[in-house]
Design a protein around this ligand. Structure first.
Ligand code: FMN
Length: 395
């Protein structure tokens, strides 16, 4: 019988397996932060130094971790975050992660910058039990963005995630050092990197070349769809520096389902999002990949909850690697937590079973920690369960 753990006992194991399997340049693109990686470091340091206050002698023999999000039941309090280029971690990796999310009864967010067409993801990983969300960055030519959003609506995506934290390209020198340049140029260094990772070369790159050709951003309009060898890693060259709250209001008019603004880092912006008609915000510093001096989302969370928690749904992400981290966010008032790198590492390590395993690790840890703090249901968690006094001095 196959070992159900696949030999992965925590998300660090998945990360290590992904590191071994992927070419270094690609692994670093998927794993690292930006500039001096201070935001990424602090995300982890703060989460690690928040303590939980257990209450004892409660009967915790029967436990549940289901929640209701946007009126829909889901089996765990997590959501798979959008990660561009997931299809480079595994052949059609977006479908693999989306299926894993469906099996675990949690939403999957497809990134605009995917290697797999959104219509195919909906066909292969939609249907009963699924909850598909679509993330996008606005293009300078709004009409093109509105067209891709219309495609997502037609394909049955339930929620639209508008990412607003990246008006210009982040600084990621390691991509340049690794030869992940714009346009991509084959150098001795990155060719050797690929050749020394034959499992990835055969299982991902060659599989694309023999079927659909060089991986490309399949969700871009035909007119601008370009092979990844001619565009920056991760997304189009069309960063849109002039997005404003008017765009959110316009999206509210265009999109009939749930509208989520991702990349909120200030309570006042959460209020503006709610005023524009958004149904939810994601407090996020993009996993420490955009502004290196960004605040740590879990510390911004209580202020956002106080500001808008009664009006809209509050989601948080950035650095959540353990079930205990998720419990901390829920106790501080989050409705759910988004997971970025962990499911991505899972799929890079072992395809769909790896992504399934990533979510199972969170499920097991959430269940265990819930019992250890003396609760049987997530609704019983509150700020009394969290001690922030250890945070100072640890970052
Ligand atoms: C490789 C990679 C690609 C990403 N691509 C996108 C993207 O296309 N759109 C977006 O809104 N966020 C993107 N993100 C950010 C994630 O959605 C999420 O905010 C972040 O990964 C959460 O932090 P965590 O990785 O520590 O869980 C990306 C993150 C990674 C690691």
């Amino acid at each position: 019988m196959t070992d159900p753990t696949l030999g992965f006992y925590d998300t660090a194991d998945l990360r290590e397996a992904a590191r071994r399997r992927l070419p270094k340049g690609l692994f670093e693109f998927m794993d690292r932060g930006n500039d001096d990686e201070l935001a990424m470091r602090d995300n982890h340091a703060v989460l690690a130094s928040i303590k939980l206050n257990p209450r004892v002698l409660n009967d915790v023999s029967v436990r549940h971790q289901d929640i209701t999000l946007f009126g829909k039941p889901q089996k765990m309090p997590v959501i798979v975050a959008p990660t561009g280029s997931a299809g480079l971690a595994w052949h059609e990796g977006e479908i693999a992660i989306a299926r894993a999310a469906r099996a675990h009864g949690v939403p999957f967010t497809l990134a605009l910058g995917s290697m797999t067409k959104l219509e195919r993801v909906a066909a292969e990983a939609g249907g009963p039990g699924s909850s598909l969300w679509f993330q996008f960055y606005m293009w300078p030519e709004r009409k093109l963005s509105h067209q891709v959003i219309a495609r997502a609506k037609d394909a049955g995506f339930e929620a639209l995630v508008f990412t607003v934290d990246t008006p210009v390209a982040p600084g990621r020198e390691y991509n340049l050092k690794n030869g992940m340049t714009i346009p991509f140029k084959f150098t001795t260094r990155n060719t050797l990197d690929v050749l020394t990772h034959p499992r990835w070369l055969a299982g991902v790159w060659l599989r694309y070349m023999l079927t659909t050709g060089t991986p490309r951003y399949q969700n871009f309009p035909e007119s601008t769809q370009t092979k990844i060898t001619a565009l920056p890693m991760g997304r189009s060259s069309n960063f849109c520096a002039n997005i404003t709250w008017d765009d959110v209001r316009e999206l509210r008019r265009l999109w009939p389902h749930k509208l989520i603004v991702k990349g909120i880092q200030h309570p006042a912006d959460a209020v503006l999002a709610a005023d524009c008609g958004a149904d939810a915000v994601v407090i996020s510093n993009h996993g420490g990949r955009v502004l290196d001096a960004a605040p740590v989302p879990i510390l911004t969370l209580p202020r956002v909850v106080d500001a808008v928690g009664k009006r809209i749904t509050v989601i948080v992400d950035s650095g959540f690697r353990r079930g205990a981290d998720v419990i901390k966010a829920l106790a501080l008032g989050a409705n759910a937590v988004m997971l970025g790198r962990a499911p991505l590492h899972g799929v890079a390590a072992a395809g769909e079973p790896g992504a399934l395993r990533a979510l199972q690790i969170y499920r097991d840890e959430i269940d265990r920690v819930l019992a250890l703090v003396g609760c049987t249901r997530l609704e019983q968690l509150n700020r009394e369960h969290v001690d922030l006094s250890y945070v100072r001095g640890n970052i």
